[in-house]
Design a protein around this ligand. Sequence first.
Ligand SMILES: [Zn+2]
Length: 374
Amino acid sequence: MSTHALVSPVSVTDGAVTHDVDFIRPQLRSTGLRRIVLHAGVQINGAPHLGTNVMQTSAFLLAAAARDRFGVDVGLRFGALDNAPFETRASPRTGAVYQRSFHHALGATEVERLTRHFYGDLFETLSAVTGVPYEIETYTAQQAQRAFREEFLASLAKMDRLRWVLAPSHGNAPTSHPCPRCGWSEKSGDHTELLAADLHRASFSAVCVDHGRFEVDVTPESPAYIGLTTLHRNLVKERVAARDAAALPVIVKGADWATGCRLLDEAFMTWSGSVPPPRIFTPVVLSDSGAKLSKTLINAGTADLSAETEPWMLDATKWNGTVPRYAQTLVGLVSLMLSDPRHFERGYTTREVARLISRGDISTMTTASGGSRS
Ligand SMILES: [Zn+2]
């Protein structure tokens, strides 16, 4: 068995970046802000796999590193994607695909229980280990806020240009609106029509699979639910985060997001003088083929996994031990990745993760911020 320590090629930031948290520094200096809020995601449509937990652990450790290196106040905000589809069906008449989200199918109480089940103990442990406070907010709660709806309306006003940034191949960035009676909404939004829009109100017409045509009015105060494409949703969320005059927002995402974030950066430029928030991309966990671990591929049995892949790497609830021990393993692993940008700006196969853990030298590391915390 191979016993060599972690070996990574020189990263493109070599010589410019000595710790990946320094990606925050330019905007921290230019804004003069003394508080940073890191934003990361939480998926509730099934148990998290290792890649998801690596990204979230990175968020805690990056926040701790920012606090220790920059002397700023830090917070961590997780967005829980309760808008993910829970169930799907096709219209027998038109063939159009309809879906119902976790929020609409299960309700807020069950969504909260799922979030706690998948992340509660882990986040509590990571927060205790790093001293970084965190909060979790559902997409449903985010889109209900006045700021979100104002930014959504502002994006509609720029849609002539924005649509080609958010969907460069065809210029379609449809919205979807769940039927107010049953919560089902058309997946593609093909039959959703924007009737009228200004900065204060937008009216849509949509078709429910069971209840036919209905109209929705979106205003800063209206309760109408807003469903957006992935890039459009992230643009609006980041525009809302950037409104915080007291804190610099920092976006933490898996490295598979880099190409999409290129488009988000361009979307920000649609507003003159608007600066996209700093982004930090975290290492992706890969199957043997080099494809990112994906719930869909794992469930379909097409994920090309090596014999070294442990069941808990694909489903964190299968971890054979305590949650604090799991958190300690994650902290050790991500601290090793953060020890040099060349280790952080790359991906890891499950085979390599298994090898690093079997070496036994990662569990002794406790923080990623250079040991300045006791
Ligand atoms: Zn309906």
